[in-house]
Ligand binder design. Sequence first.
Ligand code: SAM
Length: 288
Amino acid sequence: MNYRHAFHAGNFADVIKHIVLARILTYLQDKPAAFRVIDTHAGAGLYDLDSDEARRSGEWLTGIARLMQARLSNETVALTKPYMDIVRAFNPKGELKAYPGSPLIARGLMRPQDRLVACELEPKARKALIGVLRRDEQARVVDLDGWMALPAFVPPKERRGLVLIDPPFETKDEFERLGEAFSTAYAKWPTGIYVIWYPAKSRRATDALAQLVARTAAAAKTPGKCLRLEFSAAPQMDGAPLTSAGLLIVNPPYTLQGELKTILPELEMPLGQGGAARFRLEVPKPYP
Ligand code: SAM
């Protein structure tokens, strides 16, 4: 395992993923019933933007740093507030020094009745995550392979909640693995909300994943809905750092698509690299 999220924390892809995560959790807060967040590939939790990795990549400078400076409409300010408030809480002096990863974004939007389970396999990242969630009785960090944990942890006893599947895509078979793991988990818990992140480098691989996920959701007894969002900060060049990433959201809150239609156009300027960015938001087809 060579992947270190510290190089990428707070980049354009994290910003989009975490805004979506925060919108879904804000929706789940509307009902008093408890929810659970299952983060299968959780990362270290909190990232120092002054670290060697963050300085070397500088990715956060074209991500969260740009968003903090952006002029947004009142509506988008309100929709992104739950996410931005958490980022600001980790940067109390105003200057960006730290970036909270998915377990801390989730934790920031949980009520006393809600629970988080976070899987992290890389020992240093896991130790760091245990450190930031120390003495937190609502959060559990587990030393488990996220691919094994995913089918084992669903359905959660709350029967309400969200699974974030955010692997590092270090190995070639990760798209297939993701498709299989999602299908197994979905068969056990078809009413859960699933957020699946992917790098959008190969159109063939991403289309195949989107179709598989849409097909799996459509084949359920009560067919599930699916949304596909792709965001390109710049055209993706071979061998260059990632500039395009996607999310598949299964069983999204009915409010999410409309919210994203408001938010995403306003992120095209601030998150664009060398020009405006582009986004796609669609309901994926189960077949080509
Ligand atoms: N979800 C995090 C966020 O949004 O802040 C970022 C996660 S990062 C993309 C992927 C993480 O998965 C890395 O920290 C890596 O060490 C961890 N990882 C890699 N393989 C894993 C596995 N099989 N099970 C659990 N964690 C794994």
